[in-house]
Design a protein around this ligand. Structure first.
Ligand SMILES: CC(C)(COP(=O)(O)OP(=O)(O)OC[C@H]1O[C@@H](n2cnc3c(N)ncnc32)[C@H](O)[C@@H]1OP(=O)(O)O)[C@@H](O)C(=O)NCCC(=O)NCCS
Length: 256
């Protein structure tokens, strides 16, 4: 069986504005020169706390892609076009670059970027507490998944529900619809370290080890370089290669 590699860069929860403003090369409160005009416009509209996460995640994304493509981060042609309203938001693509896919998440204080040549990718990270506070069981789980959760001991349910939720969000990002498609439509079939999705055989989901109380998942719609291709019987296993995201942002380490 082949392997579909996804590189993932994390900046862990707890790396807050103080670290970003004191040690990082990113002007988290301002508008770094690496952003393009669309990103600047989006950043200006956000509240300061949300702006810092958006700005830093975009700089991470640009630095990851810049290194991969041999471009300056500000020269990376990132584009997004919403299928619904035509505005410049939604799934990010690299214009003019085929067979390289990215996804970004900035939830629960964790920033993460996923990059792969295996197919469209989605990444999601959430705290178990934030998922527990939302009506996920009623809204996002399929009837079969709900039954499985109800069969667990009450103490085990929050972790299980949160794991199911990030798998679904990652899968919906890889599909490009986000929550325009109901997460309860996607039935996850748990595998060791991830899940397959009923009825979408080319979509594979791998769990991420992020940290205590935090769950994450990455999903790939297989069909790119190094995979069996869409519709083939042999489906590669998704292998996550984790990287320290702070290195991308840390002035001292980047200069070494
Ligand atoms: C995608 C989505 C599930 C992410 O929600 P979230 O957990 O709050 O946010 P995360 O931090 O994990 O992810 C944000 C990233 O998801 C990506 N994203 C947004 N919509 C996406 C989509 N339809 N498909 C794939 N990725 C998407 C973007 O890259 C975004 O990063 P950015 O803000 O830097 O551009 C949610 O925002 C969503 O469903 N959006 C689409 C809703 C929609 O299409 N509305 C119509 C508007 S006209």
């Amino acid at each position: 069986m082949g392997v579909a590699v996804v590189d993932v860069w994390f900046v862990a929860a707890g790396v807050g504005e103080q670290w970003l403003t004191q040690r990082s090369t990113v002007d988290a409160r301002g508008l770094p020169a690496e952003l393009d005009a669309v990103e600047e416009r989006r950043a200006r509209r956000l509240r300061p706390d949300r702006r810092a996460a958006f700005v830093v995640a975009r700089v991470m994304l640009r630095r990851v892609l810049g290194e991969r493509l041999g471009l300056a981060p500000e020269a990376v042609p990132l584009v997004a076009r919403c299928e619904l309203c035509g505005e410049a938001h939604g799934q990010v693509h690299i214009e003019g670059v085929e067979r390289l896919w990215v996804s970004v998440t900035r939830s629960s204080g964790v920033l993460a970027v996923a990059l792969t040549d295996a197919g469209p990718v989605g990444i999601d990270v959430q705290s178990v507490a934030s998922v527990d506070a939302a009506p996920v069981v009623d809204v996002a789980l399929s009837p079969g998944e709900r039954l499985q959760v109800e069969g667990l001991a009450p103490a085990e349910r929050p972790d299980a529900v949160a794991a199911a939720w990030v798998r679904k969000e990652a899968a919906l990002k890889a599909l490009g619809t986000g929550l325009r498609r109901s997460p309860s439509d996607l039935e996850m079939m748990p595998l060791v370290g991830g899940a397959a999705v009923r009825g979408v055989p080319d979509l594979q989901v791998a769990d991420l080890g992020v940290g205590p109380g935090i769950v994450g998942a990455v999903a790939v719609l297989l069909g790119g370089v190094g995979t069996g291709g869409p519709g083939t019987d042999e489906r590669p296993r998704v292998e996550v290669r984790p990287h320290e995201g702070e290195i991308l942002l840390d002035a001292e380490q980047r200069d070494q």
